[in-house]
Design a protein around this ligand. Structure first.
Ligand code: AMP
Length: 430
């Protein structure tokens, strides 16, 4: 038997209502807040991520699915990569399509995306090699911290609407990349003193990307990490002021947060505000639900004009895991058909096809199975389908042009004309 490859999975029909809810509500949030959708290719030039995400990040360094494209004739093919994240691609599209041109001062480009990402991580609960992200990017000339607060306000609305309540908003400022060198030296020096107590990954990060040490989940490293100098104490004045304003905007919106000076995020492009939303329950070790921040230098890194940017991404996989059980059950039930059609006899079967067509044309979802069953079996099947009603069509019903509509929850049954059935569904039940 051929099975899915490691770290990938099928999302089965019983889970799809949950996935759709997470997606559809996100689209609604984005509509309300003025974001427009963009879809970028899943395959991009490797260089985009090497430059955009950063060579020294774990993602680029060891997690990308990269391969050489087939070259033409004797030329070697290009190096291509399955996108591990979408911010670099969206920024590439922004630059490529000159979305910054013809903008009035202060006009922002607000984009969102939904789609699969690929990282060759060690699979575990909540961590897959093909996973799905929903994210937004706000790009433009302004780095107003009110932009950041508004994006977080949108997430706050979204999570509450999904009935996901056990979450924590963690915020930090990682300062200006240009001012970061001094802090990185300080950090490196402190790490070097403790090198033997750190795991292999952290020892490597000390040279390549010391900030990443703060993302280490290894228990043995934690006491060392807790004592390292934090970036928040080395902030440049402008970043400090920006961070204070950002917090004030959150306060004004009544949004609770925790400042975590050790929150640095793994990617190279972040500057100033970084944030995460963690799930306090139900995600296990992979408890980061949303990650985001400001990436003011990214456009220039990719050869574009100076542009400010702020955005986030969350994992659909993890959002679905956090949906409360009652909400999940409600969504699954709502996904069942309105009507399960039961026919008895050949004449009824033929009539059923016509009735089914009329009801479906009126917007009713109806399940019709073509095999005739005994009434009792058919009713069991109707209940199993989760339908709210069974529509029973036998010889008498055909003769009278009135059909038995049975409410499967209450057991009540009425004899109704086609018109009455349509009326019932289109007025009372929708
Ligand atoms: P990142 O792009 O690493 O900042 O991740 C943003 C969000 O995407 C995380 O908070 C997760 O919700 C989700 N995510 C990242 N990597 C994975 C993965 N391997 N499997 C499932 N979800 C992921």
């Amino acid at each position: 038997m051929i099975q899915t490859i490691r770290g990938t999975r099928d999302i089965l029909p019983e889970d799809m209502p949950l996935w759709r809810r997470v997606e559809e509500l996100a689209r609604e949030a984005f509509r309300r807040y003025g974001f427009r959708e963009i879809r970028t290719p899943i395959l991009e030039k490797t260089e985009l991520f090497a430059r955009g995400v950063g060579e020294a990040t774990d993602i680029v360094h060891k997690e990308m699915y990269t391969f050489s494209d087939r070259g033409r004739e004797d030329r070697e093919g290009e190096s291509l990569t399955l996108r591990p994240e979408n911010t670099a691609s969206v920024m590439r599209a922004y630059i490529q399509h000159r979305m910054y041109a013809d903008k009035s001062p202060g006009e922002l480009t607000k984009l969102y995306y939904i789609g699969p990402m690929f990282r060759r991580e060690r699979p575990q609960a909540g961590r897959y090699r093909q996973f799905y992200q929903i994210g937004v990017e706000v790009m433009g000339a302004s780095d107003d911290p009110a932009i950041e607060a508004e994006v977080i306000e949108m997430l706050d609305w979204y999570l509450r609407e999904l009935k996901i309540t056990d979450t924590t908003l963690l915020i930090n400022s990682v300062g200006e990349p240009s001012m970061r060198a001094e802090y990185l030296e300080l950090l490196r020096a402190a790490v070097k003193l403790k090198l033997p107590q750190l795991c292999g990954d952290c020892r490597e990060r000390c040279e390549t990307n010391p900030l990443r040490i703060f993302d280490c989940k290894n228990g043995a490293c934690q006491p060392v990490i807790a004592a390292l100098p934090v970036i928040t104490d080395s902030l440049d004045e402008a970043s400090r002021e920006h961070f204070e304003k950002f917090k004030a905007h959150l306060d004004a919106r009544g949004i609770a947060y925790t400042v975590n000076p050790r929150l640095v995020r793994g990617l190279d492009y972040y500057s100033r505000t970084a944030f995460e939303i963690t799930g306090d329950d139900g995600l296990g070790a992979q408890n980061t639900l949303v990650g985001g921040g400001r990436y003011d230098g990214l456009s220039e890194t990719l050869g574009g004009p100076p542009v400010k940017g702020f955005g986030f991404a969350f994992g659909l996989d993890r959002m679905v895991m956090l949906l409360p059980e009652a909400e999940a059950a409600r969504l699954r039930a709502a996904d069942a058909p309105d009507v399960y059609l039961v026919f008895l006899g050949d004449a009824a079967r033929e009539r059923s096809f016509l009735i089914a067509r009329e009801l479906r044309a009126a917007g009713i979802s109806l399940l019709l199975e073509f095999e005739e069953r005994k009434l009792k079996k058919a009713m069991t099947q109707a209940a199993k389908s989760g339908a709210r009603y069974a529509l029973i069509i036998g010889e008498d019903e055909v003769a009278q042009d009135k059909y038995g509509l049975k409410n499967l929850a209450t057991g009540e049954q009425e004899s109704l004309s086609l018109k009455e059935i349509i009326w019932l569904f289109t007025t009372k039940n929708t």
